[in-house]
Write a protein that binds this ligand. Structure first.
Ligand code: HEC
Ligand code: HEC
Ligand code: HEC
Ligand code: HEC
Ligand code: HEC
Length: 347
């Protein structure tokens, strides 16, 4: 199952509100600015120059942004590998939106830029949180409370496979915003991912942040078994979220007195897909279950090694895996781009 097979069909038709262009502003400050969208229409030819202006005046934000996955959304190695396999023009809608209508190396290099998130016509959009204690902005400013909530993120972090017409229900390829709404979390995306206003969005690439986010409790189950109980901590959506090829691999191994592995078991926590008939009876990739961690719901995984002779101890590990390619029905054979050991131990 390649991304190419999953993303077949028409380009994503994301109708997420119009981009306000050329609106007349009376004051510097207006309520209700337009939220970011994942459509090319709003891109502008002078994107890179405009972005450089933002960077010149807002140096702290610019420095953090330059180190972020948003800045690297088009240039990073994982994206480039996937894009080489499936160079669809709509990939730029989210990975290099400023290049979506005005393709250029300069605009590609912006990835998700200042102007991608903040530009509302000739004005800049911001959340409600900040006063003007630091002085009057050097530009028109629109405030929209949704911008401090998931509204600034939803257009790119929630989208369907683009083949809604063939399905009874649209199937979402990423659905972090819906997961967030269902999680009961009171914090917004920015509360957790932009702590202190940081534009580095750094925690997701920090192994210790992931280790903190998943709590694992190991207990004996009878004489020859192991129970792992996994819980999320301060995560405002499913874990893992985002790209549909992220998963958690749980491994348990019965080890003999000679320290050789006698038996090995693996469980994958992920979204599971199968071909099922579409509206016209033709096979279409469908989601049959989702075994990822959910906030507030412990995931209990039992391993029984009663059949394994001479086992002395059970070693276990829990890993986050960022998968590049999957093979149907052969979870263990997937190509892994990157992994984080969340917890491990022995019983
Ligand atoms: C992925 C979207 C995104 C990108 C890219 C982005 N911002 Fe932001 N920015 C936000 C959000 C969301 C907030 C509001 C956070 C909040 O309310 O807590 C914000 C807040 C700000 C603020 C107000 C900070 C404060 O503490 O008052 C400034 C200034 C700012 N951004 C400038 C920039 C500049 C300059 C760039 C590019 C170097 C940039 N932003 C890139 C989403 C983004
Ligand atoms: C000539 C300097 C200058 C340029 C260019 C500039 N800004 Fe600003 N901006 C300011 C000043 C000054 C303020 C008000 C003080 C503050 O909030 O830092 C401000 C305020 C803001 C805020 C609001 C912070 C709040 O109170 O919520 C955001 C967001 C923002 N700018 C983003 C941008 C973006 C995005 C660009 C590029 C399109 C940009 N700015 C270009 C000087 C500039
Ligand atoms: C214009 C589209 C767009 C918008 C708007 C956007 N993002 Fe992203 N975001 C992306 C893309 C594309 C990536 C993937 C970059 C890559 O290839 O690793 C990403 C990556 C991330 C990551 C890093 C994930 C990782 O794998 O390490 C986080 C965290 C994130 N975004 C959070 C947010 C939040 C929070 C907001 C809203 C404040 C937001 N994004 C708004 C497109 C967007
Ligand atoms: C209550 C806090 C919280 C909220 C709210 C939250 N997140 Fe996260 N998110 C986390 C934690 C914790 C992780 C795990 C890695 C880390 O610590 O950054 C994570 C991981 C991610 C990842 C990386 C994929 C992965 O699972 O490793 C993305 C992308 C992301 N979040 C986007 C979002 C977006 C978009 C929103 C809003 C719709 C959001 N998050 C809301 C805490 C939160
Ligand atoms: C509607 C927005 C959108 C479109 C269109 C889109 N992506 Fe993404 N993509 C994202 C977001 C958001 C993330 C970050 C989620 C995360 O980190 O978990 C992401 C993550 C990825 C990743 C994982 C990168 C990493 O950090 O490991 C790859 C690879 C990728 N996309 C490839 C593609 C390709 C190839 C296309 C076109 C066929 C495409 N994407 C189209 C929004 C989009």
């Amino acid at each position: 199952m390649s991304r190419a097979r999953l993303v077949r069909g028409a380009p994503l038709a994301l109708v997420l509100g119009g981009w306000l262009v050329g609106q007349a502003f009376v004051n510097h400050l207006t309520q209700g600015g337009a939220l970011p969208v994942a459509t090319p229409e709003r891109a502008r030819a002078d994107g890179a120059d405009r972005n450089a202006e933002c960077e010149r005046c807002h140096q702290a934000e610019a420095q953090a942004w330059r180190s972020s996955r948003h800045r690297e959304a088009f240039s990073n190695a994982e994206f480039q590998r996937a894009y080489a396999v499936e160079p669809a023009s709509f990939c730029r809608d989210c990975h290099a939106p400023e290049s979506a209508s005005f393709a250029s190396a300069e605009n590609d290099a912006l990835g998700v830029g200042c102007i991608t998130c903040h530009q509302a016509g000739e004005a800049v959009i911001s959340s409600q949180r900040h006063g003007l204690e630091r002085g009057l902005p050097a530009h028109r400013l629109e405030r929209n409370a949704e911008f401090g909530g998931s509204g600034a993120c939803r257009a790119c972090h929630e989208f369907s496979f683009g083949d809604d017409a063939r399905r009874e229900q649209p199937l979402l390829m990423q659905r972090t915003a819906s997961e967030h709404a269902a999680s009961g979390a009171t914090q917004s995306c920015a509360d957790c991912h932009m702590q202190g206003g940081s534009h580095a969005f750094a925690s997701t690439r920090d192994p210790s942040a992931h280790q903190r986010a998943v709590e694992v409790e190991a207990t004996a189950l009878g004489a020859s078994g192991l129970r792992l109980t996994l819980r999320t901590r301060d995560v405002g959506h499913s874990y893992p979220t985002g790209d549909l090829f992220r998963r958690v691999r749980v491994v348990a191994e019965a080890v003999g007195p000679d320290f050789q592995v006698r038996s090995r078991r693996e469980v994958f926590l992920q979204r599971w897909f199968e071909d099922q008939p579409d509206r016209d009876g033709r096979p279409i990739r469908s989601e049959v279950s989702d075994t990822r961690l959910q906030p507030g719901v412990p995931s209990v995984i039992d391993f029984d090694f009663a059949q394994t002779n001479e086992s002395r101890s059970i070693h276990w590990s829990v890993r986050l895996e960022r998968v590049l390619h999957v093979k149907d029905h052969q979870e263990a054979a997937a190509t892994i781009a990157d992994e984080v050991v969340l917890a491990e131990g022995a019983l």
